[in-house]
Design a protein around this ligand. Sequence first.
Ligand SMILES: *Cc1c(COP(=O)(O)O)cnc(C)c1O
Length: 230
Amino acid sequence: MSSVRENIHIVRETIAEAALKVGRRPSDVRLMGVTKTVDDERIMEAIAAGIDIVGENYIQEGKRKIEKMGSKTVEWHMIGHLQTNKAKYAVRLFDMIHSVDSMRLAQELDKRSRNADVKTDILIEVNVSGEETKSGIPGKQALDLIRDIATLDNLSIRGLMTMPPWFDNPDDARPYFVALREVRDRIIDENIPSILMKELSMGMSGDYAVAVEEGATIVRVGTAIFGARP
Ligand SMILES: *Cc1c(COP(=O)(O)O)cnc(C)c1O
């Protein structure tokens, strides 16, 4: 069986290859290790191998791991759907929240950030596929939501996140990555004060190379690093 370290090496090489293919710098893409259900030992192996962003989906599981492994050398990002009643834990625990898709959630995160005396970096999750079961704000409504959230003093919008439908052929995900990039470009054109549209969080184990070709700045990779989840 290949080790976590070897897998990370392979993923990094694939990222570099995809970036160079389209004239991007490999260093402009950050690799997140997605660690839901992954045991502590393998997470520490990944951190030792240079992973400096760890992504968790659940508050409870993330809290336990962050308290154990610390947040000095790595960033912890919340990538799962977040309920408003967990907002107060999220802002204390995580360096960035990728899954903000409503004003209601944003207002709660803003209030809880103010109480904790922090400014929280967030991404806006966009549902570019229009699938009804998916979380994320539809692309057409993203601009209005971002204008509203931009008025909240304790949140800092850094970019966009998406999760396309799952395909056997990663190339089928390409139109969704292109769509997210186009939403970003439209928002940049609006020159909204106090927001940054730097990050495009897109691409998972099956399709991160395609996502890098289309402009991803953070890829979220679990299975390709840690193996299949139970
Ligand atoms: C689980 C998860 C990932 C990683 O998925 P893999 O296919 O294991 O790489 C990425 N993003 C989100 C939001 C996830 O929930």
